[in-house]
Ligand binder design. Structure first.
Ligand SMILES: Cc1ncc(C[n+]2csc(CCOP(=O)(O)OP(=O)(O)O)c2C)c(N)n1
Length: 384
C-alpha cells in the first residue's frame, strides 16, 4: 500500500490524549457532562448513589494498585502490573456487565475483578507466588489472568461459542442472554491469536465483546508503531463494528460497553471497543518507562485523570460534598491496611490445587498427573 493511500486512511494524526473525532465521550476532562445522541440513554437512569459508588470503586482500586506497587517494592510481591490511569476503563466496563456474563482478563484487570466481587487479595496471590492463579473462575465468572499476550481472545471466543450453542443468546430473556467480554491491550491487537479470534467470532456471530485498553504502549513499543490506522477501525476489516471510547471517562465506558454487551447478548455478534487511555506508570514493576517515553506525555495525560474528572462532576452537580470524599479516602486507608495484612500473611496454596479448575469434573489423566505430582513432592519430605 502506498504511503499516500495510508495517509488517506488515517485520521489526522491525533495529538497526545486526543482520541480523534470518533471518540465517544460523555464527561469532558474538565468534568462537564456532554450529550451524545446514541449513548445518553445508557446513563440516564444512573442515580446520584450509583455515581457515588462509581467514584468509590475508582478510589479503592487506585489504592489497591498503589498498595500492589508498594508491596512489590518492599519485596512482598514478585511483580506488579499497575492499572494507574486505566481505572475508568475498567470500572465503567466492569459495572456494565451482568452477573452471568463471563470475563476473560489479561493480567492488569484488578479493577474489573474488584467490581465483579472478587476478593481483592486474589489479585495479589499470583504475584506473590502463593498460587497458580488464585481463584475459581466460576465464582464470579472471572477467568484467571493470562500472561501469554492475546491468548485469552481465543479462550473467550470459544467460551462464547459454548454460550451460543447452549441457546443463551438472543432469547429476549435478560436473565438468560449472556455475553462474554475479553480484555486485552493495544500490543495484543498485533498478535495472531487476537486476529484469529476476530475472524472466528465474526464468522460465527459469537457473543463476545473485545475490549481493548489502548494505553498507548506495549511495554516500550508505542501504538503508532503497531498500526497505521486507529485500532477500532480494524474491526471493519473482520466484518464487525468497532467503537472508540474515551477510556478515562467512566460514563462513556459504562455506556459503550453496555451497548456492546447488549448487541452480543442479542445475537448480533462481536464488537470491538477501543478504550482510549494511558498507562500512567511503568508496564510492570520490572520496567523503567523513562528509558523510552518523555515525561511531557505523562504530564499531559494527568489532566485527563479519570478520578478527578468524576469528582469535579459530582461536586459541581451537588451530588457529593467534601464529607463524602473524605469518607471514601478514610475507607481506602482501612482497605489498604487490610490488603497489606492479608498479603503478608497469605498461605501458600498446595501445588496440586493447580488441577482444581481445569475440567468441570475430574478426569482420569488429570487425576494420574495430580497423584504423580503429590508423590514427587512427598519424595522431598522423605529425603529431608
Ligand atoms: C505471546 C507473548 N509475547 C510476548 C510477551 C511479552 N510481553 C509481556 S507484556 C507485553 C506487552 C503487552 O502490551 P499490551 O498488549 O499493549 O498490554 P499492556 O501491558 O500495555 O496492558 C509483551 C510483549 C508475552 N507475555 N506473551
Amino acid at each position: 500500500m502506498s504511503d499516500k493511500v495510508v495517509a488517506e486512511l488515517q485520521e489526522p494524526t491525533p495529538s497526545v490524549g486526543d482520541g480523534g473525532p470518533d471518540m465517544i465521550q460523555l464527561l469532558t476532562p474538565e468534568g462537564q457532562r456532554v450529550s451524545h445522541p446514541d449513548y445518553d440513554r445508557y446513563v440516564e437512569n444512573l442515580s446520584a448513589d450509583d455515581l457515588r459508588s462509581f467514584y468509590r470503586d475508582l478510589v479503592l482500586i487506585r489504592r489497591l494498585d498503589a498498595e500492589g506497587y508498594a508491596l512489590q517494592r518492599q519485596g512482598e510481591l514478585g511483580l506488579w502490573p499497575s492499572l494507574l490511569g486505566q481505572e475508568a476503563a475498567q470500572v465503567g466496563s466492569g459495572r456494565a456487565l451482568r452477573p452471568h456474563d463471563f470475563v476473560f482478563p489479561t493480567y492488569r484487570e484488578h479493577g474489573v475483578g474488584f467490581v465483579r466481587g472478587m476478593d481483592p487479595q486474589s489479585s495479589l496471590q499470583l504475584f506473590r507466588g502463593v498460587s497458580q492463579g488464585g481463584w475459581d473462575p466460576q465464582e464470579n465468572n472471572f477467568h484467571l489472568y493470562t500472561i501469554v499476550i492475546g491468548a485469552q481472545a481465543l479462550h473467550a471466543t470459544g467460551y462464547a461459542m459454548g454460550v451460543k450453542m447452549d441457546g443463551n443468546v438472543g432469547t429476549g430473556d435478560p436473565d438468560r442472554d449472556t455475553a462474554v467480554i475479553c480484555y486485552f491491550g493495544d500490543g495484543a491487537s498485533s498478535q495472531g491469536d487476537v486476529n484469529e479470534a476476530f475472524v472466528y467470532a465474526a464468522s460465527f456471530d459469537a457473543p463476545v465483546v473485545f475490549f481493548c485498553q489502548n494505553n498507548q504502549w506495549a511495554i516500550s513499543e508505542p501504538v503508532t508503531k503497531q498500526t497505521r490506522i486507529p485500532l477500532f477501525q480494524r474491526a471493519a476489516g473482520f466484518g464487525f463494528r468497532g467503537i472508540r471510547v474515551d477510556g478515562n471517562d467512566i460514563l462513556a465506558t459504562y455506556a459503550v460497553t453496555q451497548h456492546a454487551l447488549d448487541e452480543a447478548r442479542s445475537g448480533n455478534g462481536p464488537l470491538l471497543v477501543e478504550a482510549y487511555t494511558y498507562r500512567m506508570g511503568a508496564h510492570t514493576t520490572a520496567d523503567d518507562p523513562t528509558k523510552y517515553r518523555v515525561s511531557a506525555e505523562v504530564e499531559e495525560w494527568k489532566f485527563r485523570d479519570p478520578i478527578l474528572r468524576l469528582k469535579t462532576y459530582l461536586a459541581h452537580e451537588g451530588m457529593a460534598d467534601e464529607s463524602f470524599f473524605t469518607a471514601v479516602d478514610a475507607e481506602a486507608d482501612v482497605f489498604a491496611a487490610e490488603l497489606r495484612e492479608g498479603c503478608v500473611t497469605m498461605k501458600t496454596m498446595p501445588g496440586e490445587t493447580m488441577w482444581d479448575h481445569v475440567y468441570a469434573e475430574d478426569h482420569p489423566v488429570m487425576e494420574a498427573e495430580r497423584a504423580a505430582f503429590k508423590a514427587y513432592q512427598a519424595s522431598f519430605e522423605e529425603a529431608i
